[in-house]
Design a protein around this ligand. Sequence first.
Ligand code: G6P
Length: 609
Amino acid sequence: MCGIVGAIAQRDVSEILLEGLSRLEYRGYDSAGICTVADGKFHCLKTIEKVQALRTEVAKAGCPGGLGIAHTRWATHGGPSVVNAHPHLTERLAMCHNGIIENYQQLKDKLQAQGYQFKSQTDTEVLLCLIDSLVKTGLDTQEAFRQALLQAEGSYALALIDREHPGDLYGARRHSPLVVGLGIGENFLASDVLALLPVTRRFIYLDDGELVHITRGSVEIFNAQGQRVEKDIAESSLDAESISKGRYRHFMQKEIFEQPQALENTAMGRLSADGIAPDAISGLAQHDLSAVDNIKIVACGTSYHAGLVGKYWLEELTGLATSVEIASEYRYRKAVVKENTLFVTISQSGETADTLACLRLAKEQGYLKTLCICNVHSSSLVRESDLSLLTRAGAEIGVASTKAFVTQLLCLLLLSLYLGEVKGTLSAPRRTQLVESIKKLPALCRDALGQDEAIRQLAQEFAGKHHCLFLGRGIMYPIALEGALKLKEISYIHAEGYAAGELKHGPIALIDKDMPVVVVAPDNALLSKLLSNIEEVRARGGLLYIFSTRSLKLKNDAHSRIFTLPDADELLQPLIFTIPLQLLSYHCAVINGTDVDQPRNLAKAVTVE
Ligand code: G6P
């Protein structure tokens, strides 16, 4: 989704801004732009191509000056075009925006009545003109900015500059992330710390409603009432390696192969001999979970699929009734909240607008406690939840979530283990057994990655296909859903995930020789049922690709190809069987020539509704 970078320095800032934009490309975008100030003039360039094209234009036309802002846009109001790309400009001001101004039409009508004419279809230009109109009443830029924001409804992260004041950079946020980067004699703004890692490791995270005034030597933060607020400075531990592809061709590929290490990191220091270490979950010291009787999980996309797997573990290991919902659905319905329910959100970014809105709603709905499973410690979700369980996957750059997903799964398993102990539903020997199984998980995932070459060859058979079905039963059903999501989002092959028992209630009508059917079939209690479903496909001439456990020794035949994975505790199978499906999507996307790390129309962090 949109990305913002801003900089104020003694040196020219265009290179800092362009490098920042490149580092935000992973979020997904359809146009980009930059605007600097030199000699009292704006130097603004925009493109509907990639940041590299903007870089070429800057090299040709020049973008001089020590003050500037830049943006990657993911279209919401108004299609992708040069006119709609940010920064937007008035005679005196320039601004970049992430988010949506919901009352833009009312504001626009008012401004049009005052004589403002609009070049773009964006809500951003409306807000900019509102600030401009207030500057024209004689307010200074900062006060005009603050007053305009009081009239704006919706979400925003903003960077604003005034060509008459080349020593000042302004920012503000509400429901969309924005950080201030602290340099030496220079300072920065960005929607994500990754954008600023080449210039600083020191950051201030803005909170909702805050406005920042930045000069080369100072950073002043104000609340919505215009009062100064003091904020902590945080040191980022991310390094350049975490955002480079290393020896891999794509970030997604690198992130798939990083999963064993990521899982080791997730578990590190969190396991005791027969359960969970006391400080495994942040916030437990203040928020006791012994009273929990029910669990509600809310998330979006891949994180929602993690929640669906979590339900199986939580109900089996803790006996607590668990329900899982899509955040964009939950937030707009009248939910009945049972007494003593723990509200759990799952999110890689911790900034997904719908998930965050659900958390805020849940706080008013009488849930016992809120807990988030998240990959970004500084995110809004972590800051606003009572308890948090960080996934520790490291920076995930590929838009399609891979290592974040498996580490979310492990966190859900750790949570189940913890609650099973607290509720007395898990015996000490079973807990010890589970802890031992979790310790073996990274090695089992390394083993599963050994299928890479076989799956690369298999992907050749999928290249010309337009549709694909994924089947699983029980805890493997959400893994089938996730396999289908991965395939469609990066290779653009239409795919559906189905509970195998539902096959005869509809999808069986689609089975023919052109429709590959991928089955996740580990050796577990539901295997015999699943084998019957496999026969239903075989009998209709379907093409079967079966991922199964090594010891089962299923055989290839004219209708089916078998891929084997290591034997493991049944509870760990979802994590292991996810890996070959990720590899299948990855190789299909490479063969189809899609933009693997930034698939069309998708965004990494969906910070608008
Ligand atoms: C986007 C991403 C997905 C992700 C989903 C939820 O759609 O492309 O990979 O699963 O958002 O994001 P979250 O950050 O809340 O996990």
